[in-house]
Write a new protein. Sequence first.
Length: 79
Amino acid sequence: DTDIVRRKMNLFWGVMPFRIDLYNQPESTVERTFKILKRRNLIKEGQLVVVVSDVGPTTDVIRSIQVRYVTAEGSQPMQ
């Protein structure tokens, strides 16, 4: 969640680091992020997106990697 990490991630092909402030509910944070990225035309419906995050606004952080489909409403976990 630092500028240094985001700059390093920019060096990898196909990786687009995006930082957003966390909500109390991790799912709300992910859905808000998908809506922002769709509004900016950075993702579109039907694409797969890998979400890498530190889930949790407190010191009790859970590291999370998810693969999700972009949907019209936001996203859906890959099953």
